[in-house]
Ligand binder design. Structure first.
Ligand SMILES: *Cc1c(COP(=O)(O)O)cnc(C)c1O
Length: 505
């Protein structure tokens, strides 16, 4: 059978097309739009078959359906470089039944958060894509991070020949352990910079640098080109589709559902990449009923799904789930495009309004489409999040991190309101060790009265070890004694200058 070729095009212009490898190299389309597949390939194998596949086999299957200009050998190479002993369980991801839900643990990689799922393979996809396209430029990854992307991207790209990576994070807007993980990153080709601003400031400035023609010319002259490790890159999105298929297979294998049975997926959401991947999995034929978008107090997506108005003009809140402290969810653009019946002009107009006025309103028709796709949205307050960590632990002894707790809390609310008893995957995006202070104080609220602030992270880590009975992950043990290698902090307007300086432009 002839292979179903997938071409990528910009959400903002039908003329801007690229092969998968070109789209991965570029990151973002030249008009500022995001690359989307021109159609969704259909998964036609049986789910009984899926149930017997390893993670790597499922990855090969799904990725070769979407990255059609990569050869099987190329993909196999990338997969074997990525999904190996960097993960602390051989099956890469795992399902855990606790407190009335199925948690899909995506935090068994090098940095103990779900970003590892995609960022451990992205550097290999990128260097393979460069080779395929005869690109000899040095690839410079420019990334804004709300905490987890930065470290996972650096871990993936550190000392990969032909690449360099520069990461901006909001100083004071990430957890102590997240910051420590980043500023201790070794590797000749990595640079980490704190900014005086929040994640949205960092992301907006990074997008501006990408669009700046003058700096691009200087890059070209010195044999360099930018790419992005943010979740707008299809090289991140596609590997994220894999675990939904794999997890579904595991549910079938363990006899929890009959093959073909529909499930719900509930995702703690920030930039909308992870939930979009679940939506793409559904479009490719995975039996998914509802897609539940869980937000923290930065509830811009909850409001959007309830009213059709996306409005970022609101107070930005720092929460215990910092990787979801986002007011501009970049990947939503891809859903807007789908719901606008693939209308690039309309998508373009909305995104223009968003950047100029900070808001846009979609049509009733588009809202109906999103409903049809199965989207639901709720948010959890800080209090509900802490209570959920405590409840799940009390009922089952299982400890979840604050991001996962947002999703878990939202899921129980959804289940009560909709009275839907379907099996639901609650996506678990980080190890509780990564957010140890919030987790331990949620389980032991009396510590707050006794001055929990006095306790060091190391003491809290030992307490969590006692509470959960789960071994301290290698990623935590490593940062406890690592050297601080990066201490640069800049103002937002100086980010571009910092990039130029470090690259010697
Ligand atoms: C990035 C991240 C999220 C949000 O994922 P998106 O794809 O941006 O929606 C949730 N939880 C954790 C721990 C993360 O690192």
């Amino acid at each position: 059978m002839e292979k179903d070729q997938i071409i990528y095009q910009s959400t903002r212009s039908g003329h801007l097309t690229a092969t998968a490898s070109e789209a991965i190299l570029q990151g973002i389309a030249p008009d500022g739009g995001l690359y989307v597949p021109d159609h969704f390939p259909e998964y036609t194998d049986s789910f009984e078959h899926l149930a017997n596949q390893s993670y790597q086999q499922v990855a090969l299957k799904i990725m070769s359906m979407l990255l059609t200009d990569f050869t099987e050998e190329e993909l196999k190479h990338c997969i074997s470089c990525a999904y190996d002993s960097k993960f602390d369980i051989p099956q890469i991801t795992r399902l855990k039944e606790a407190g009335g839900a199925w948690y899909l643990e995506l935090f068994h990689g090098a940095t103990i958060a779900f970003k590892d799922m995609a960022l451990s393979i992205l550097p290999h996809l990128m260097t393979t894509a460069a080779k395929k396209n005869g690109v000899t430029d040095e690839i410079v990854i420019l990334t804004a991070t709300s905490g987890d992307t930065g470290k996972a991207a650096m871990a993936g790209f550190a000392d990969v020949p032909g690449t360099r990576i520069i990461v901006f994070y909001p100083k004071g807007g990430v957890s102590t352990i997240q910051e420590k993980q980043m500023v201790t990153q070794p590797g000749e080709n990595v640079h980490v910079v704190g900014i005086r601003g929040n994640f949205d400031d960092a992301q907006t400035a990074v997008k501006k640098i990408f669009a700046d023609k003058a700096i691009q010319e200087r890059m070209e002259k010195s044999g360099k080109r930018f790419s992005s490790a943010n979740s707008i890159n299809i090289g991140r999105l596609v590997p994220q589709i894999v675990y939904y298929f794999y997890a579904y297979g595991q549910l079938v294998k363990e006899g929890k559902i009959p093959a073909g049975f529909r499930i719900n997926i509930c995702v703690p959401t920030g930039n909308f990449g992870n939930l979009l991947a679940a939506f793409y999995a559904k479009m490719m034929g995975l039996p998914v009923e509802n897609l539940i978008c869980a937000s923290n107090e930065n509830r811009v997506l909850t409001d959007f799904f309830h009213t059709g108005e996306y409005n970022r003009n609101r107070e930005f809140k720092l929460t215990s789930s910092p990787s979801m402290d986002i007011l501009v969810s970049s990947n939503l653009e891809r859903l807007i495009y789908e719901s606008a019946d693939l209308h690039t002009q309309m998508t373009s107009t909305f995104m223009d309004q968003l950047s100029k006025e900070g808001s846009y309103q979609i049509s009733e028709e588009m809202r109906a489409d999103m409903k049809e796709y199965g989207f639901y949205a709720y948010y959890a307050t800080e209090k509900q999040t802490a209570e959920e960590i405590r409840r799940v632990w009390q009922e089952s002894g299982y400890v979840i991190d604050p991001h996962t707790a947002v999703a878990s809390s939202v899921y129980h609310r959804y289940r009560n309101e909709i009275e839907d008893q379907e099996k639901t995957l609650v996506v678990s995006t980080a190890s509780p060790y990564k957010f140890v202070r919030s987790v331990v104080t949620a389980i032991r609220p009396e510590l707050a009265q006794k001055g929990e602030a006095q306790l060091s992270d190391d003491q809290l880590i030992d307490m969590l070890h006692e509470i959960s009975g789960v071994g301290i992950p290698k990623a935590i043990l490593e940062v406890q004694h690592a050297l601080i290698r990066h201490d640069t902090v800049v103002d937002v307007p100086d980010m571009e200058g910092e990039v130029a300086k470090w690259l010697g432009l």
